[in-house]
Design a protein around this ligand. Structure first.
Ligand SMILES: [Fe+2]
Length: 282
């Protein structure tokens, strides 16, 4: 996998967007803080090697995750950790602080034909088996970790207003010393509009953004008009990046090309998709 290094002037620490190791979409970020702590956001799926690769990255960075945040209850985000736990008898690295706010199991079972329910239940079972406790995230709180601060802008506790798990995504604004990064998870159009109505525009205005829902079918143009990013992080493999179902560019049903056009019109200067490898922002 190609590693692209992008000097964006974070002012300390680094942000690695690592692509899923298989052909699927998924999301994983590794953040090194200015004080050399390790933070993970999501990790990828429970199959196609995402768990192994996530585990390898943690090993290479000292076997201690100081903070691990899961954005929402979909397998292509929390599945890598679930896979690591399923494949491990006794965990040989430390997770000092695991945080997520997933909707109640009953609700997860009631949406999307209940497809995520057994995967979330297995994740919980594995956390229990390894004695890993998690803490809920709350909108409005700020988490400090090793010289980074994480503002929680949205926590999905309004899940009852929605019909998709994506709409329950946690939204984070991460403050590096000199630049901020906005993480949207898989935020849907409805929840993005709710967020717009809840927080001031300046809380969302951000030069670097993780594009919602892998860059298509999530938050819409009106949301990005407020964010006005210069650097767009797309967790989209090539087929999704080019909207190619196997019959050429634009042949698929996804909205990626439309989203990319919006962002071009709004002045994005650099786009970083999984399609072109891993990206290390420094
Ligand atoms: Fe996703």
């Amino acid at each position: 996998m190609q590693l692209n290094t992008l000097p964006v002037g974070l002012g300390g620490g680094s942000l690695l967007q690592y692509a899923t190791r298989g052909p699927h979409q998924g999301m994983g970020y590794l953040l090194k803080t200015p004080e050399d702590k390790l933070v993970m956001i999501d990790g990828g799926r429970d199959d196609f090697g995402d768990g192994d690769y996530t585990r390898q990255l943690i090993r290479e960075h000292g076997n201690r995750v100081d903070l691990w945040i899961m954005t929402h209850a979909h397998n292509d985000h929390f599945g890598a950790l679930s896979r690591i736990l399923q494949d491990t008898e006794a965990l040989d690295f430390e997770i000092a602080d695991l945080r997520f706010t997933f909707p109640p199991l009953e609700w997860i079972g009631s949406v999307e034909n209940g497809g995520s329910l057994p995967l979330v239940q297995e994740f919980y079972r594995q956390l229990g088996r390894h004695g890993i406790r998690s803490t809920r995230l709350y909108a409005g709180e700020t988490i400090e970790c090793g010289g980074l601060t994480f503002d929680v802008l949205s926590d999905g506790t309004d899940y009852a207003d929605y019909h998709t798990i994506n709409d329950t995504s946690t939204v984070l604004r991460v403050h590096f010393p000199s630049r901020d990064v906005l993480f949207l998870g898989d935020l849907g159009a409805e929840s993005a509009n709710a967020l717009l109505s809840r927080v001031p525009a300046e809380a969302l205005r951000c030069d670097i953004v993780q594009m919602a829902h892998h860059g298509q079918g999530g938050a819409e143009r009106n949301f990005y008009e407020v964010v006005r990013p210069k650097i767009a992080l797309y967790t989209a493999p090539m087929w999704l990046w080019e909207c190619d179902i196997g019959k050429g560019r634009g042949s698929g049903p996804w909205q990626t090309l439309k989203t990319r056009a919006w962002l071009d019109e709004l002045g994005v200067q650099v786009s970083c998709p999984h399609a072109y490898g891993d990206y290390l922002l420094i």
